[in-house]
Design a protein. Structure first.
Length: 263
């Protein structure tokens, strides 16, 4: 049972040096109340936006708008830097499932930009809000892995992508409870997360964390579905308005080590 209080959450975040931040800790297995800290405030979501985008694509697959056997060509205009090697080069054709796997497990920016085209940013926003109840989620601009930013003619030149910590927690809860189409596909990709240098560093023996990270020179995030060694499950999301550096990312492990005894 969750024994965490708002005061304990604030204290743990402060002691870990995660100020300012937005945090949600929500029980999944027993349906108890969530504990949150500034979770609705706008913070650039970085790669956390990839989870609802992948979920929107799978929603269209379930609705018959996309075909399971379709493949999509890598276009030069979607190319940008990645932190890991990628098969996505111009001329390569990728399946929907490969794009989702790469976008979530590897945080592949080219795969994400292709999903922008496959689903459409306006439709993805509509699905996120009306189908998944993510009121503070919107898709506006394709992702760039480095400067200069890629050319994105469909961007309005003003708005940035939006996906609050509260919306991220709701998205993970929907996945954990199989309340989105093809939820096991998303959960499996989250379980194969390549980047595990944040909250994962503070887990207990036998814990399992299926999650997604987000990193820029402005923000560092982590969130996902924690299943404890005792069989309890929680959605945990931490958005920190701090540059993604080794020192700042290590703060997530400190926070998790303080949080873990309350779960």
């Amino acid at each position: 049972m969750l024994t965490l209080t708002p005061h304990t959450l604030v204290q743990a975040a402060h002691e870990a040096g995660l100020d300012p931040c937005g945090i949600v800790v929500a029980p999944v297995s027993d349906g108890g109340d969530a504990v949150a800290l500034d979770a609705e405030r706008y913070v650039y979501p970085a790669s956390m936006i990839k989870v609802p985008l992948a979920a929107a694509a799978l929603n269209d697959l379930a609705a018959g708008r996309l075909r399971d056997d379709a493949t999509f060509p890598v276009m030069p205009e979607n190319m940008t830097a990645n932190d890991a090697s990628s098969p996505l080069v111009p001329g390569y054709r990728a399946s929907l499932h490969q794009l989702i796997e790469l976008a979530i497990a590897n945080s592949d920016n080219v795969a994400t930009n292709m999903l922008f085209d496959v689903v459409g940013r306006e439709r993805a926003t509509e699905i996120a809000r009306e189908r998944f109840g993510l009121a503070r989620t919107a898709f506006h601009r394709k992702l760039s892995g480095s400067e200069p930013l890629i050319d994105d003619p469909q961007w309005d030149g003003v708005h940035r992508n939006a996906h609050s910590a509260a919306d991220a927690a709701r998205m993970f809860t929907l996945i954990a409870t199989n309340a989105v189409p093809h939820a096991p596909v998303l959960r499996a990709a989250l379980a194969r997360q390549r980047w595990n240098n944040k909250l994962s560093e503070g887990l207990g023996a036998g814990d399992r964390f299926e999650h997604k990270t987000g990193d820029t020179d402005e923000v560092t995030h982590d969130g996902g579905i924690l299943t404890t060694a005792q069989g309890r499950s929680y959605t945990i999301v931490v958005y920190a308005a701090l540059p993604s550096t080794d020192a700042n990312n290590a703060r997530f492990g400190t926070f998790m080590r303080t949080l873990r005894p309350h779960l």
